[in-house]
Design a protein around this ligand. Structure first.
Ligand code: GDP
Length: 197
C-alpha cells in the first residue's frame, strides 16, 4: 500500500466523543515506551505525527489518524506504567475495554511487544484478554535493530510458546524496527489485505 496522506484527526478522553465509526480502524497498543509512536510514524512515513517519548502515565488519550482518507490508525494509551495510581490504572482499563469491545469499526488490534525482552506477564495477560473477547489481533515485536536477529527470534519463540498454552492458533507476528524501517511493507500489506473496503 502506498501512503498518500496521514492526518491527525482528534484526541479523546471519552468514548462518546470518538469520530463517527464509518471507516475501518486499526488500533495500536502496548506497554509504555514499547515504541508505539515510532512504529506509527514509520508506517505513515511522517516523523512527528504520533508524539514520541511522551511522559508515561500522562493524560490517557485515544488518538485518531486518518490514512489515505480511507482508514484510521488509532493510537491507544500505553499500559503497564508502574508509577500510575490504582485509580488511573482502573480508569485506563475501563476506557480501553470500552473502546476495544464496543467499537464496531475496529478491524484489528496491533499488540506491540518489546523484542528485547522475554515474555512479560502483562503482555501475555493482555493477549489472553483479546482472545477471550475474540477481537482479532496481531503481534508486532518492536526495536528489532537493538539486538541480533537470533536474539529477536528467540524472544519471539518464547512468546509464542507462552501463548500456545492459551491459543490454538497463534496470531500473525511482525518483527519491526522503526529505526531501520523493518516490517513496514509487511504491516501495510496486512492492513490492505484485511481492509475489505
Ligand atoms: P511509545 O511510548 O510506545 O510511544 O514509545 P516511543 O515511540 O516514544 O519510543 C520509546 C523510545 O524507544 C524512544 O526513545 C524511541 O526513539 C525508541 N525506539 C522506538 N522504536 C525504536 C526502534 O525501532 N529502534 C530503536 N533503536 N529505538 C526505538
Amino acid at each position: 500500500m502506498i501512503i498518500k496522506s496521514a492526518t491527525f484527526i482528534c484526541s479523546n478522553t471519552k468514548i462518546s466523543a470518538l469520530p463517527v465509526a464509518n471507516m475501518p480502524e486499526y488500533a495500536f497498543i502496548g506497554r509504555s515506551n514499547v515504541g508505539k509512536s515510532s512504529l506509527i510514524n514509520m508506517l505513515v512515513n511522517q516523523h512527528g505525527l504520533a508524539k514520541t517519548s511522551q511522559k508515561p502515565g500522562k493524560t490517557q488519550l485515544i488518538n485518531h489518524f486518518l490514512v489515505n482518507e480511507k482508514w484510521y490508525i488509532v493510537d491507544l494509551p500505553g499500559y503497564g506504567y508502574a508509577k500510575v495510581s490504582k485509580n488511573s490504572r482502573e480508569s485506563w482499563e475501563k476506557f480501553i475495554r470500552n473502546y476495544i469491545t464496543k467499537r464496531e469499526s475496529l478491524q484489528c488490534v496491533f499488540v506491540l511487544i518489546d523484542s528485547r525482552l522475554p515474555p512479560q506477564k502483562i503482555d501475555i495477560e493482555f493477549c489472553c484478554w483479546m482472545g477471550e473477547i475474540q477481537i482479532p489481533f496481531v503481534l508486532a515485536f518492536t526495536k528489532a535493530d537493538k539486538q541480533s536477529v537470533t536474539k529477536t527470534n528467540q524472544n519471539i519463540a518464547l512468546f509464542k510458546k507462552e501463548l500456545s498454552g492459551w491459543f490454538e492458533e497463534i496470531p500473525p507476528i511482525f518483527s519491526t524496527s522503526a529505526e531501520k524501517l523493518v516490517g513496514r511493507d509487511e504491516i501495510l500489506n496486512f492492513i490492505e489485505q484485511t481492509n475489505l473496503d
